[in-house]
Design a protein around this ligand. Sequence first.
Ligand code: ZN
Ligand code: ZN
Length: 360
Amino acid sequence: MQTGIKAFFALALLIVLSIGVLQIPPVQDVLIDKVIRSRLSTTDRQPLFADDALRLLVCGSSSPFPDPDRARPCLTVIAGGKFYVVDTGPGSWNRLALLRIPGDRIGGVFLTHFHSDHIGELGEFNLQTWVAGRGAPLQVYGPTGVEQVVDGFQQAYALDRGYRVAHHGAEMLSPDDGLMQAHTLSLSADGSMTEAFVDGDLKVSVFPVTHTPISPAVGYRFDYKGRSLVISGDTIKDANLIRAAKGADLLAHEAQNQQMVGQIQAAAADLGRTRYAKVMADIPSYHTSPVEAAEVANEAGVPLLLMYHLTPPPPNRIAEMAFLRGVAEIRSKGVVLAQDGTLIELPLDGTPAQVSVLKP
Ligand SMILES: [Zn+2]
Ligand SMILES: [Zn+2]
């Protein structure tokens, strides 16, 4: 027999044997145990909490648009050993859980406004981080309206909290720790930043943005040991945001491609989906295009721009190119299109930002 044919039969035999081996229960159990351990271990996530960088992790890169690979808007800022969540869009807790971020390290939640795509998973963040061992009520910050939102979720989850305590015991799940505490942030009249939160070297500032008719709507700036990042929330191109982002290392800005939204509107109208077409016709008025987001980053002098809250979320490379059409002409570098798991690290030693994608 020729060597090639021998190799073919050897490979075929190996495949058949392997399939056979996989039918053996103890072999299955070993493999399953391996997967369980890799999904439970948080050891390889500990470096994310090292005090050597200000970090931003994308826990939801989509907008209200459904997407099989993206949660709705959610950004996680990691600083000083804790993580802070800006907006809790539907699917975003699931994303953080898949990425094995230890829930007991949550430092607080900051809401930019109360559209459903930004608040939908607040109840799950509260429940899951409590079960993970948070050890105090979840602190939730936002503009006027945050108390109503927190009260509503608190009430909706009241029965569930009771079930958990009854099942696992008050020693493990202190009922008091399972609650949320709302903090209404006051905004300046002139659109400048005001202090929202301070913990050691971490300072969070808040400023109003323009998402008319939704008001208030805000963005946030995080400063930590000489590094800083700014989050736009939902807004049109906004002078307050440009002012707040001056001198920052990173700007995370929402982006909506108006031409693609127009294409969706036209297709929806053609297909008789008139209500969908009407929504598409309404949304360009209160979001920022990718080109405008690049202009904001340029005008603020920010070296790195992360586009998130992608409308529509591009499903492949071709759509990404269409989404970013025109951006390179005004900003040739320093643009990152977010995906769920995008991690940006701003080292405290002042060295350049590092961009990677965390996988589950
Ligand atoms: Zn939104
Ligand atoms: Zn919105």
